[in-house]
Design a protein around this ligand. Structure first.
Ligand SMILES: Nc1ncnc2c1ncn2[C@@H]1O[C@H](COP(=O)(O)OP(=O)(O)OP(=O)(O)O)[C@@H](O)[C@H]1O
Ligand SMILES: [Mg+2]
Length: 282
């Protein structure tokens, strides 16, 4: 659904924001673009939605080079911006009706508001909305016309856990309906949970791409740590994961001690990111 080859971009005022990006997103995939502030995540999304145009390289969405996409492109994609950009003096429903007027057919705005818990605020002005409410409205606006591909820039940023959960469930629902989702985030937990694949972006370059599960498994030390009671204290030993069945010391420990905990040492996606890029996300 999205094919990017050798994509580079430079803002008129500054140095290169993106350098030679290569990635593909398949139909029905949730693809996460992860990176610290200033990495170029929003710039990439803005190119993909044709907000920034003079890029070099090839970018095809739904089989067609972006430079050749006409206005109908916006019928087929949905966009959630990094900062909620609603008409503040209009109500939620007025905002949705205004944006709905750009499209051929849309879902019922009230039904969509109900889906994100905003039904009773349909007639409230946006300047009375909290950040979480604005972000939920952002999502509704993005899916108003039931697009095939969704671009969501930091959809859970600044949300409390309840609202973040709701937004994540909505993304997963879109995936379950076969939609393709490109999302940017610096939240590793969200990425690990939502994304089929992620790309790590640092200083405008992709450093690593893969599924969160595979990336974590590749980085795993494949060792098991066993903690056990030892008098009044807790003892701890590590064993290689691959030969546990024949490891006499491990088996003896299991037989003779009361265990406190047993855990394998899989790195988190954040550990993998730090390892691959030498950078932290925040
Ligand atoms: N309009 C602009 N003009 C010039 N430079 C810009 C502009 N917008 C962004 N940049 C620069 O491009 C780089 C990438 O910015 P971008 O907004 O894409 O980062 P990001 O990964 O989305 O960061 P964040 O996590 O803070 O949203 C940064 O160095 C930024 O300063
Ligand atoms: Mg950004």
């Amino acid at each position: 659904m999205i094919e990017v080859e050798g994509l580079s971009y430079r803002y008129a005022s500054g140095s290169a924001a993106l350098q030679d990006l290569n990635f593909q997103v398949g139909p029905g995939e949730v693809f996460g673009f992860l990176g610290p502030s200033g990495a170029g995540k929003s710039t990439t999304q803005k190119i993909l939605i044709r907000l920034l145009k003079p890029y070099t390289g090839q970018v095809r969405v739904m089989g067609r080079e972006l430079r050749e996409q006409g206005p109908e492109y916006y019928e087929r994609i949905g966009v959630g911006f990094e900062l909620p950009n609603h008409f503040m003096k209009l109500t939620a429903l007025e905002n949705l009706r205004f944006f709905a007027s750009f499209y051929g057919a849309t879902a019922d705005p009230r039904a969509l508001l109900a889906k994100v818990g905003l039904e009773e605020y349909a007639d409230h002005r946006i300047d009375q909305f909290s950040k979480g409410m604005k972000m939920r409205l952002c999502f509704v606006r993005a899916v108003l016309h039931d697009p095939q591909v969704l671009f969501l820039d930091e959809p859970t940023s600044g949300l409390d856990p309840v609202n973040a959960r709701l937004l994540k469930d909505l993304v997963l629902q879109e995936k379950a309906r076969g939609k393709t989702v490109f999302l940017t985030t610096h939240n590793m937990h969200d990425a690990a949970e939502l994304c089929d694949r992620v790309a790590f972006l640092v200083d405008g370059e992709i450093r690593l791409t893969g599924s969160p599960k595979e990336l974590c498994a590749e980085g795993a030390r494949r060792r098991l740590t066993v903690e056990y009671e030892e008098g009044d204290t807790t003892g701890s030993r590590e064993f290689p994961l691959d030969s546990l069945g024949e490891d006499q010391e491990f088996l003896e420990l299991l037989r003779s001690r009361r265990l406190v905990s047993v855990h394998s040492q899989e790195p988190t996606l954040e550990d993998v990111f730090v390892e691959a890029t030498g950078r932290r996300l925040m």
